[in-house]
Design a binder for this molecule. Sequence first.
Ligand code: NAD
Ligand code: AKB
Length: 320
Amino acid sequence: MQKILVTGATGQIGSELTLALRERYGAENVFAAGHRRPADESLTGSGPCCSVDVRDAATLTALVADHQVDTIFHLASLLSAVAEDGPQLAWDVNANGLVHVLEAARMHGCAVFFPSSIGAFGPSTPRDNTPQITIQRPNTMYGITKLTGELLCDYYHQRFALDTRGLRYPGLISHRTLPGGGTTDYAVHIFHAALKEGHYDCFLDAGTRLDMMYMPDALRAAMQLMEADSGPLRHRNSFNVTAMSIAPEDIAAEIEKHIPGFTISYAVDPVRQAIADSWPKHMDDSAARREWGWQPGYDLAAMVEDMLTKLRTRMTERHA
Ligand code: NAD
Ligand code: AKB
């Protein structure tokens, strides 16, 4: 990886992955492409930035050519809840946008990282110990675009020998940038509410167990997969990866150890609850462990402790 382009660079993952890539590969070699959401000082001040709409194939391709990009981390997307609000737009951004990225990569010989999701599974998928290869009949537009993305990346690898690689991320928990409108967003909002109000009203019901991961593990997984020797990668575009399988009350109980008196209540959003009920509770990520050495670093207790410490510091700095 010499010249890297990150699409969706101002989002929850992109705002952190861009900085991690700049630290590892040199700030001037990592191009951050945002869209609408303005890039903050940490992105604009640490390396090259631009704005690109991934639906605009010509501009995207010119960007890749002009900057001699050899690797694209393609993060631009609409998340699950937002995609249900506008399924046509979600198809355009998530599916057509990916085709534009793959075509630019094909023309200019780039490797591509594509993040799939637990959303690529559906109600007929086994929810416990979800296998690497299993039934995938997602019934959300987000899930349909994620499964399409996995297949497109497989196709471009087999047909054009493109070095495409990807992960099926679980819900990601982080403190730098708020999540962009997904079903697992509650697992970030709960920390903000805990520190501000000592109480959180959760839009998913108690007992809604889902796979989750702390952002440092998600960043490491992406970079580790892209650096891995390609020989052993049999499932290159859709590795199940997870770090913890948790329900809202589990996070609440762990937060309560640090903020005594913290309480949680439930005001269930039926749309997001139905989406969550169609996703795995716990994925089998043994293929990732076997093929490229995946190993999560944070469990629930370590994640909660670090989240509260970092978010507290961030909130204090903001009010200073
Ligand atoms: P996000 O919503 O925080 O960021 C996505 C970014 O895409 C936003 O900054 C937005 O400005 C940008 N975008 C939207 N439309 C665009 C367009 N037309 N052209 C260019 N950019 C556009 O999302 P995220 O959480 O950072 O997710 C990044 C990727 O990881 C997505 O593909 C998502 O599906 C996947 N993923 C995320 C999670 C998670 O929990 N965060 C879990 C599984 C998979
Ligand atoms: C969402 O909830 O849409 C994302 C995801 C798990 O893909 N966080």
